[in-house]
Design a protein around this ligand. Sequence first.
Ligand SMILES: Nc1ncnc2c1ncn2[C@@H]1O[C@H](COP(=O)(O)OP(=O)(O)OP(=O)(O)O)[C@@H](O)[C@H]1O
Length: 277
Amino acid sequence: MAATDVTGTGVPVPPGRVPSIVVRDLRVTYKAYGGKRNALGDEAEGRLGRALDRVTRHVGTVTEVPAVRGVSFVAYEGESIGVIGRNGSGKSTLLRAIAGLIPTAGGEVWAGGDIALMGVNAALSSALSGERNIMLGGLAKGLSRKQVNELHDWIVDFAGIGDFVHLPMRTYSSGMAARLRFAISASTAPDILIIDEALSTGDVEFRAKSAARVEEIRQQAGTVFLVSHSTATVRKMCDRAIWIDRGLLRMDGPTDEVCDSYERVMRAIRRKKRLRG
Ligand SMILES: Nc1ncnc2c1ncn2[C@@H]1O[C@H](COP(=O)(O)OP(=O)(O)OP(=O)(O)O)[C@@H](O)[C@H]1O
């Protein structure tokens, strides 16, 4: 049976594969009030900055930042997709829009299941104990009190925070707090899991443990997105990679191919910068 373009993205769906997310011409524009912003943040300078000024419209004192400028792709069940790109290229914005956490300026997202976004910045309250945060985090994920109580010991054990669970989170080291956030998010297996740099926190042992948990979730036929600056992590954990550059999808394909191209371009940029002094 031939592949068909049932998603309308122009990407044919191969026979036997089940799409979990369809993103069609997705656009996100931030409105920044007052100061001037551009699509690469503070890094954009000189020629690049002027080029970006052309795509960044200034409306009165409001600057519109087109952070995602028309991205389309189809993700399938069982895939683990690394999302790479330079600082400010729009990776987090794209995934937050897919998770429905921020408004879009155009395009469509279709999701075939529940989406959980796990990030080191997931909001937990530093004034409350780990225990209370586990309950609040679980309720925010849509679990019942009973379900959170059942998961409580697993979360504390996975995070390795021991008796600190009774103390306010402000007494935690940043590693402990990040491990607790990860454990809360990973305590249930959502259909679609988005991890934003969460794996880069913690020590070697915790990274290995969290990687194993992501693999478990992936094997339960969920789809995993991993936003990371580390191509090494993406190579290890993902079978496919998406490269986002200035709000556009620059490349989508097998992890090694995409990471090789990305690293080549990054090396060339660094070389140019060095030559310019
Ligand atoms: N709340 C906001 N208001 C205005 N502009 C924003 C806002 N959040 C992000 N941006 C801008 O949108 C663009 C994309 O940011 P985003 O955080 O999605 O990039 P990123 O690739 O995830 O970056 P990083 O790798 O540094 O985390 C950047 O130019 C950034 O400055």
